[in-house]
Design a protein around this ligand. Structure first.
Ligand SMILES: NC(=O)c1ccc[n+]([C@@H]2O[C@H](COP(=O)([O-])OP(=O)(O)OC[C@H]3O[C@@H](n4cnc5c(N)ncnc54)[C@H](O)[C@@H]3O)[C@@H](O)[C@H]2O)c1
Length: 269
């Protein structure tokens, strides 16, 4: 699949860590469709990860930034404006991490310093990013910003712990900033609620493999994988979705509309 629907567009992609990352697949997909990109991740992820290889494959500039640091985000956006020779068209926020989940601390006993970090990295960073882009007037008319979320932002999914709260906040920031951006210069802001996906972040969740299997059985189309997600993001960065904004878009093979799994109930479908 290659349609050149992003020819002439430019943007920043956050969160490519390794080949499994949704952002990694997205970088390759937007490059395939003709876009120019800047890749970013934390200085540590860039130093120790394989993102340099991805940058070569996509002919992309690599600029470090901790997404929780306004100073880093300002420097990143300035560098991107210089690199592209002016404003750009899209940004992918594919960033998330919970120290409470990493350390297997149960929800009823959250460490509150870690909770602050979860919210800062996984949700407030999105506000900081949108705010920096806005103040620097960095996005072209009709541009598009996408962040990644999960169903636990609107329904209870056992084990997703404080990431559920972070995702709920992320989705709310999307709506509130979407209103401001839409009226300002027609920039769209959306979240994609993605199927369980076997990435580094995904595999950090306890019970992820059984959730993955369960979701796959429940979803009429099966789970959406990272490549499917990348292709969906391409459409949201394109001009074909110019009136879609402030939405939480389910990209989950139909999982979120199902009440039970026909296979488990031994129903013939
Ligand atoms: N994997 C899943 O099942 C799943 C499902 C729905 C949504 N998501 C969301 O998709 C997004 C991408 O995750 P993924 O599954 O591709 O995993 P991933 O581990 O490949 O990506 C997470 C990225 O966040 C980056 N990151 C962490 N802290 C950061 C910081 N302070 N500043 C900048 N970057 C930072 C990491 O370096 C990493 O690149 C996340 O928001 C995640 O919550 C994942």
């Amino acid at each position: 699949m290659e349609n050149g629907i992003l020819k002439g567009k430019k943007g920043i992609i956050f969160g490519a860590l390794n080949e499994l990352s949704i952002a990694w697949k997205t970088a390759l997909a937007v490059h395939r469709e003709g876009a120019q990109i800047v890749l970013t991740n934390t200085p540590v992820a860039l130093r120790f990860g394989s993102v340099g290889e991805l940058a070569k494959l996509c002919d992309a500039a690599l600029i470090p930034a901790d997404a929780t640091s306004v100073a880093d985000l300002e420097a990143l956006v300035d560098a991107a404006l210089e690199h592209f020779g002016g404003k750009f068209d899209f940004v992918l926020h594919s960033v998330g991490m919970s120290p409470n989940i990493r350390k297997r601390i149960p929800y009823e006993d959250l460490n509150y310093d870690y909770f602050d970090k979860t919210l800062d990295i996984s949700a407030i960073s999105f506000h900081k990013l949108l705010s920096v882009l806005y103040k620097k007037d960095a996005l072209n008319q009709g541009g598009s910003v996408v962040a990644l979320t999960y169903l636990a932002g609107d329904r209870c999914v056992s084990g997703y712990s404080d990431m559920s709260d972070a995702k709920a906040l992320l989705q709310s920031i999307c709506r509130t900033f979407g209103d401001i951006y839409g009226r300002h210069n027609g920039v769209r802001v959306n979240t994609i609620s993605q199927s369980p996906t076997l990435t580094s972040a995904g595999q950090g969740i306890e019970g992820m493999e059984s959730m993955y299997e369960y979701a796959s059985r429940m979803s009429p189309l099966g789970n959406a994988d990272a490549q499917d997600c990348a292709d969906y993001i391409v459409t949201l960065f394109s001009d074909y979705t110019r009136k879609v904004t402030m939405q939480n878009l389910y990209h989950d093979g139909g999982f979120s509309s199902m009440a039970c799994c026909p296979e488990d109930l031994k129903l013939k479908v």
